[in-house]
Design a protein around this ligand. Structure first.
Ligand SMILES: C[S@@+](CC[C@H](N)C(=O)[O-])C[C@H]1O[C@@H](n2cnc3c(N)ncnc32)[C@H](O)[C@@H]1O
Length: 238
């Protein structure tokens, strides 16, 4: 085992292990591919950035499309190390080897307008400010480029209420605090997909596809949005 892997193994928490296991299952079941397909996302010949790549399941699917260039960034080094081995073990003939970088949204270490496709799945709940994060994703995207994002809606915690855990209540409370005070208390907020679409429109990204996996008591559990960056940026943010 490489020394960086050994170092990281000591920092591998139960949550990391569970997330990595889940990512493997999602890859095997084809769920990650379906998420891209439903948005009609193909990475072929594109310069692609996956923000908050976690263990790299999205990168595995994107790499299979043979992009021109593929970069995964995450704030968590443990995921970056295990994400790399995940990719190496999952694809035999990689046409492109992804680059992994440690970086935190909303401060991405890239020039303006260089990516054709930016993916950012399930990261919005953790960023300190939704609008600032979306602006940063838009900044690195070429005009005409595609942003694909996903996050949890108000129905998500309801799936866990049966287990009577504190987490669902924390999520609702964190979401209320963010809405009324503007601070993410524990970084685990829920978003209304309609609000995210409105924010995207404000910063010059036109939502094209909006999809939910399921609704719980009429509330969206997880949403996916594909948006295209306008060729001209609205005057308000120039
Ligand atoms: C729920 S996981 C999603 C992982 C992956 N995108 C997926 O769909 O399976 C959230 C990921 O976002 C990362 N993350 C959280 N806040 C971040 C930030 N501000 N910038 C970059 N990555 C972040 C976490 O470390 C974690 O890997």
């Amino acid at each position: 085992m490489r020394s960086d892997s050994l170092l990281m193994k000591n920092r591998l928490t139960k949550w990391h292990s569970a997330y990595i296991q889940n990512a493997y299952h999602e890859l095997k079941r084809g769920t990650t591919r379906q998420q891209l397909d439903v948005l009609n996302i193909k990475a072929t010949d594109k310069k692609v950035l996956d923000v908050g790549c976690g263990p790299g399941n999205l990168l595995v699917e994107l790499a299979a499309d043979a992009p021109e260039h593929l970069i995964g960034v995450d704030v968590d080094e443990v995921f970056l190390v295990f994400g790399r081995s995940h990719i190496e073990n999952s694809i035999e003939d990689l046409t492109v080897t992804p680059t992994f970088l440690r970086a935190s949204l909303p401060t991405l270490p890239f020039a303006d307008e260089i990516f054709d496709l930016v993916t950012c799945f399930l990261v919005m709940p953790h960023v300190p400010d939704d609008s600032v994060a979306l602006l940063e994703l838009a900044r690195v995207l070429k005009p005409g480029g595609t942003l694909a994002i996903s996050g949890h809606g108000f129905g998500f915690p309801l799936r866990y209420l049966k287990r009577l855990r504190l987490k669902p209540l924390q999520m609702y409370l964190a979401t209320l605090i963010y809405k009324y005070i503007g601070k993410k208390w524990i970084r685990n907020t829920l978003q209304s997909d309609k609000e995210i679409c409105a924010l995207l429109n404000n910063i010059g990204l036109a939502p094209e596809v909006r999809h939910y996996n399921q609704k719980v008591l009429g509330c969206v559990s997880t949403y996916w949005i594909k948006a295209i960056k306008n060729e001209t940026i609205p005057k308000a943010i120039q």
